[in-house]
Design a protein around this ligand. Structure first.
Ligand code: 5AD
Ligand code: SF4
Length: 427
């Protein structure tokens, strides 16, 4: 999400005549694009800002600008206490950056953190930053209204709004024509994508079908789906369209019904299991990944065991695992107590991570002997003689270089696997 936002910002600034530098020390303006979803993200931002402040000693004209979700809550504190920032712009204010920068340049602090009900930046063609030239993100909607009790997103990114289908398909086509071979459609809850068109309502499944229609060798991924509304219609669309990737990220957060209720997730363990069965039935061979939070308010040892047992039941291919951190202005901060001791959270998180490692390893071992179509992304970090790429299931494979190069597809037979990587040879 943040990469995608930074690319929109880069586009707006480029159109206004600004250039980019890879070397922060030679910059006249630095932007830090922030996320406040978990506490440690905020701590990293504070450290980075201190570093920028040290650069300002050498270049007193340096403008330090804060963008994104932290903008709202921390504006006052950072501006006034630490005298760090010249400009603060929230996630819906990027179009105003040229005026805000002009103001900051005259020595007056510039702040715009107003959230919008309709800003989607649909007409802005992102400037691809730090790109491998093969895969790119496309933001298809902004905001979220699910109000999971632990989550700060509804308050930092505002109301949910979808971007128009024509601009999404156009962006995909432009990327394809520029050599890209994979796009990931991004939204907090892509299943509730909706767009009114002359003929009627465009659902997320319709959007996927249209994007996949741009070219059969363009792979399409998406994130994130909410378990309460991932429909059979969507699963059938994925199953029937070869270039829609066979990988679904379906955050469960907890395996305990009590926790799911307190988290305001609006589904039960059993509902979630029913959706997993539907995925397995409709899209055989589909990889499934998830997000899990350890140590949410009131979580007992039994609740934690429910999470572990659900993980074993699903046999996740991958997971993002977090320790609960209370965020201001969330339902949980206002109505629940963050009462699981830190060391218990740490231990539970470790058990979850260890189990996932075991599950990922076992799943990857099952791939040995199978051949997958791999989209080459680049040269492996470990060896110049090897490429890495991904299969449709979003698993990374490493294999000896051949004549093909990044952006090409190769068939790779898997000969070995760790918990993180498949190893193989082009066949
Ligand atoms: N504490 C820990 N993890 C969180 N997430 C969101 N809010 C919090 C929080 N307060 C996790 C959820 C979500 C992912 C993007 O971040 O698992 O799916
Ligand atoms: Fe946060 Fe829940 Fe929305 Fe995801 S679906 S962004 S966890 S409120």
């Amino acid at each position: 999400m943040n990469i995608s936002d930074s690319e929109i910002v880069a586009s707006i600034l480029k159109a206004d005549g600004y250039g980019f530098t890879e070397d922060v020390k030679s910059a006249d303006i630095v932007f830090i694009n922030t996320c406040s979803i978990r506490e440690n993200a905020e701590e990293r931002v504070r450290k980075r800002l201190q570093y920028f402040k040290s650069l300002r000693k050498k270049n007193p004209a340096l403008l330090i600008c804060l963008l994104g979700c932290m903008a709202d809550r921390t504006t006052t504190a950072l501006l006034e206490e630490e005298k760090l920032l010249d400009l603060v712009a929230g996630p819906d204010s990027y179009r105003h950056l040229p005026q805000l920068l002009a103001q900051a340049g005259t020595g007056r602090k510039a702040i715009d953190t107003i959230l919008s009900v309709d800003e989607t930046y649909a007409d802005i063609t992102p400037v691809r930053l730090d790109s491998n030239g093969v895969s790119a993100f496309i933001s298809i909607m902004r905001g979220c209204e699910n109000h999971c009790s632990y989550c700060v997103v509804p308050s930092t990114r505002g109301q949910e709004r979808s971007r128009d289908v024509v601009s999404i398909v156009r962006e995909t086509r432009d990327l394809f024509e520029n050599g890209y071979r994979e796009v990931t459609l991004l939204g907090q809850n892509v299943n509730s994508y909706t767009w009114e068109e002359g003929k009627g309502q465009i659902t997320f499944a319709d959007l996927l079908a249209q994007v996949a229609g741009v070219n059969p060798i363009m792979r399409i991924r998406f994130a994130t789906s909410h378990p309460k509304d991932i429909s059979d219609e969507l699963l059938h669309t994925i199953a029937n369209t070869p270039n829609l990737c066979k990988a679904i990220h379906l955050p469960v957060q907890s395996g305990s019904n009590h926790m799911l209720d307190l988290m305001n997730r609006k589904y039960t363990r059993e509902d979630y299991q029913e959706r997993i069965r539907a995925i397995r039935r409709i899209i055989p061979g589909c990889a499934i990944s998830t997000d899990i939070i350890a140590g949410f308010c009131d979580e007992t040892e039994d609740d934690h065991k429910d999470t572990l047992s659900l993980m074993e039941w699903v046999e996740y291919d991958a997971a993002y695992m977090f320790k609960y951190s209370e965020r201001p202005k969330t339902l949980a901060a206002d109505t629940l107590t963050d009462n699981v001791p830190e060391e218990v959270k740490d231990r539970r998180l470790k058990e979850i991570i260890d189990l996932q490692q075991k599950l990922s390893f076992a799943n990857n071992q099952k791939d040995i002997g199978h051949t997958f179509g791999i989209l080459i992304e680049g040269i492996s970090k470990k060896s110049d003689n090897q490429y890495f790429g991904r299969n449709s299931q979003n698993k990374v494979a490493v294999f000896t270089k051949t004549q093909s190069g990044p952006g090409d597809y190769v068939n790779v037979k898997i000969t070995g696997a760790t918990s993180a990587t498949l190893l193989g040879e082009v066949v």
